[in-house]
Design a protein around this ligand. Structure first.
Ligand code: HEC
Ligand code: HEC
Length: 451
């Protein structure tokens, strides 16, 4: 989709330049154990292993073979990082398995052998952000990611004590990831990100949200669930990419794994190097890997819904209909798949002809849609299927639960949101369902949790 600022819409590298990149083989990976749990002689054994390429299209015959191979692509870490000398690359509070194995989808939690005798770890797999830890401790691939990437107390404390030199280095990286020179100059970007603001941002990161590159440091998006993606017509909160085919999904995947920071936005090219959110420089997925990845994502199904369709939920369905929610969250997908306007944006004439746009604004914060590199001027209408196993609602993931999303207090100026927020204040917009009685609200939420 074009950006709200048309002449800054990304121009990606040419097909020729893209196909000249080297395909990344996908190697077998090995578990990393929690301290004290590693079997005796494990590392020595690993050092004797030959590298083994596990994705081999020649061996894929049936559709099921392709889907299973797609899982390997989903879990593949495309950017290698130095093996941490002590501790883990990404400390998380998630417990190891009964065998002592660290959660394998957390970045840096698997050994990769690309060369005999050399152990490496990698980051940025799709699984790292798109896996949920369910209440029973199981991992649900494709669902909204649940990892707190930065918000542990030690990280917040380190942010508060950051030295000016370190902060400057961090901001250089952030400019590459989030800079929008047509909205804010580099000088302005640096000036407003004081040490206090930086620490506030680190503390603001919460379960279910992450400021992906090209979004916004202060107004990052929630991580969407990929379960049911086949029916979704626009990708990202801002409808940044059309989704008409598995090819569109493949293009989305490759640009999002770092080629977007190499793109040109008018005369601005964020970087010519790899970035913290990208793949190894000079490499790409193969088309077969991407096709398998798409089939795998499309094959993901929701877990069994434990919430009963009881009398309360049935009353809630009536409230849903009466309040007109279905006009936008239309059954059976519980989205009309349309885009809505960000506050203050008007639909360009050509897009009226080609896109599915409902020309109203629900009045949520416009920063991501108007002041970021994914800013199309629109917010898509999200599907409500599977809200029972999600948190971080609203495109910015500001509130933690449905109860909070429908709490009328959230639009008051002194409100303190419970999930992602930089400063206390109203979670504005989308005032649907805020004027219900307590009983009706309970019923509506009970109904939504059955979807
Ligand atoms: C660092 C975390 C991270 C990684 C790694 C990641 N994603 Fe995402 N993904 C996100 C976030 C955050 C969004 C929401 C962006 C937005 O709304 O602007 C997103 C959005 C998406 C969407 C759009 C879905 C929708 O309904 O709008 C798709 C599809 C997707 N990711 C697929 C992938 C695939 C495939 C991979 C691996 C190639 C991947 N992601 C890797 C965090 C991540
Ligand atoms: C005019 C269209 C419209 C109507 C009517 C509407 N919504 Fe929405 N809804 C949206 C849009 C657009 C968003 C995303 C807004 C954003 O994040 O900026 C959304 C977001 C949501 C979310 C958060 C989902 C998520 O993934 O974060 C829930 C829950 C929701 N709506 C439920 C309802 C219910 C229940 C009603 C009726 C009481 C309703 N909506 C009425 C357009 C609508």
């Amino acid at each position: 989709m074009p950006l709200a600022q048309r002449d800054r819409s990304p121009r990606h590298l040419s097909a020729e330049a893209y196909y000249a990149l080297k395909v990344r083989p996908i190697y077998r990976t090995y578990p990393i154990y929690a301290p004290g749990r590693e079997p005796a002689g494990y590392l020595e054994w690993l050092k004797q292993r030959e590298p083994e390429v596990v994705f081999d299209p020649a061996k894929l015959k049936t559709k099921q073979d392709w889907i299973e191979a797609g899982k390997l692509v989903f879990e593949h870490e495309p950017l290698m990082v130095p093996l941490p000398e002590k501790g883990l690359f990404f400390p998380t509070p998630l417990p190891p398995s009964p065998e002592g194995v660290l959660p394998p989808f957390i970045p840096g939690n698997r050994y990769i052998i690309r060369k005999k005798g050399v152990l490496e770890v990698g980051i940025n797999s799709c699984a790292g952000c798109h896996t949920r830890v369910m209440p029973d401790g199981s991992y649900l691939p494709g669902a909204q990611g649940a990892v707190d990437f930065r918000s542990d107390e030690a990280a917040i404390q380190r942010a508060r004590e950051i030295t000016p030199e370190r902060l400057k280095r961090r901001l250089e990286t952030r400019w590459i990831l989030y800079g929008v020179p047509w909205v804010e100059s580099k000088e302005e970007f640096f000036a407003q990100m004081t040490k206090e603001e930086y620490a506030r941002d680190v503390a603001a990161a919460h379960r279910g949200t992450i400021a992906r590159q090209g979004t916004s440091v202060s107004h990052g998006p929630h991580i969407p669930s990929l379960i049911g993606l086949k029916d979704v017509r626009y990708l990202d909160s801002t409808g940044f990419a059309r989704h008409r085919s598995i090819g569109d999904l493949a293009r989305y995947a490759v640009t999002n794994q770092g080629l977007d920071t190499l793109a040109h936005y008018g005369d601005f090219q964020p970087s010519t190097e790899e970035t913290p959110f990208s793949s190894e420089k000079g490499t790409r997925y193969s088309d077969e890997q991407l096709y398998a990845l798409g089939l795998y994502i499309y094959s993901l199904t929701p877990p069994k819904n434990p919430n009963p369709v009881d009398d309360l939920a049935k009353r809630g369905q009536k409230v849903f209909t009466r309040e007109g929610c279905g006009g936008c969250h239309t059954p059976p997908l519980y989205t009309s798949n349309k885009l809505t306007l960000a506050k203050g944006f008007r639909t360009p004439a050509d897009l009226k002809k080609t896109e599915d746009i409902l020309e109203v604004s629900v009045g949520t914060d416009a920063t991501l849609a108007l002041r970021s590199r994914r800013g199309t001027g629109f917010y898509k209408i999200p599907s409500l299927r599977g809200v029972w196993y999600r948190n971080a609602f609203g495109h910015g993931g500001w509130v933690d639960t449905l109860e909070e999303w429908f709490d009328p207090a959230r639009v008051k100026n002194d409100y303190v949101p419970k999930n992602y927020w930089m400063k206390p204040g109203a979670v504005e917009g989308h005032e649907f369902g805020l004027k219900l009685s307590d009983e009706e609200r309970r019923a509506l939420i009970a109904f939504l949790k059955t979807l």
